[in-house]
Design a binder for this molecule. Structure first.
Ligand SMILES: *Cc1c(COP(=O)(O)O)cnc(C)c1O
Length: 219
């Protein structure tokens, strides 16, 4: 199957309100260009250096999403161009993003990553930490970031009930904060679902799916 036909097959199954992030990590620019030529404009990467190299080489109407874990000292490299940072999991990181956004005279959109899996290796805030962050005075001062919603990754398992439970949990956390009225929040996005579980994620309320291998093949 070609990248173009993979993309078209997936897009045909996505409801209108769901945004597709084509996860292109480890793939060469020539593969990304095939997706671009098929109409895809949103790409997700998990390493800042790789994303920046691709951004430099590719058309400038692409929206680049950082979906990986972000180290504070690397934020400056993507601050000029990144469209959405999915994996924000601390006030400290948010403060660094705010600082770099200010330097670039822009506002950077972010998602807060929530820990929903039963795996030690995954990153994210729990519900208490999320509420603490959103209600802290330091957070309210950040004028150059905007929180669009939440991101989560389910446990890597075949157990559909387990995955469903985790996605439903993320949706319920989102529902509990979505009426928050803060200038730097505009909550409308739940980023959950990958190649193996995006249909289930959409059933559970996802509005943004991050799909890699089903488009570009295995890594
Ligand atoms: C790699 C990755 C994906 C895409 O995974 P696939 O199984 O290839 O669709 C989605 N989200 C994150 C955070 C990733 O690192």
């Amino acid at each position: 199957m070609s990248i173009q036909s993979n993309l078209n097959t997936i897009k045909a199954t996505l409801p209108e309100h769901v945004t597709l992030v084509a996860v292109s990590k480890t793939k060469p620019v020539s593969d990304l260009m095939q997706a671009y030529e098929a109409g895809q404009r949103i790409f997700g990467e998990n390493k800042i250096q790789e994303m920046t190299e691709k951004w430099e080489q590719m058309p400038k109407d692409i929206q680049w999403h950082m979906i990986g874990h972000v180290q504070s000292n690397k934020v400056k490299f993507m601050a000029p161009y990144v469209t959405l940072i999915h994996g924000v999991d601390s006030l400290k990181l948010l403060q660094e993003i705010n600082k770099q956004a200010l330097k670039n005279n822009r506002i950077i959109d972010c998602l807060l990553q929530i820990y929903i899996a039963e795996e030690e290796s995954k990153f994210g805030l729990d519900e208490n930490e999320l509420n603490e962050l959103l209600t802290s005075p330091e957070f309210k001062e950040l004028k150059n970031i905007r929180i669009l919603g939440l991101m989560g990754m389910a446990t890597f398992t075949e157990d559909q009930n387990q995955i469903k439970k985790e996605f439903t949990h993320l949706k319920s956390i989102f529902d509990s904060i979505k009426d928050l009225q803060t200038e730097n929040c505009s909550l409308n996005t739940i980023s959950m679902g990958m190649s193996g579980d995006y249909q289930l994620a959409i059933e559970c309320g996802s509005t943004m799916v991050r799909i890699g291998s089903s488009i570009f093949g295995g890594r």
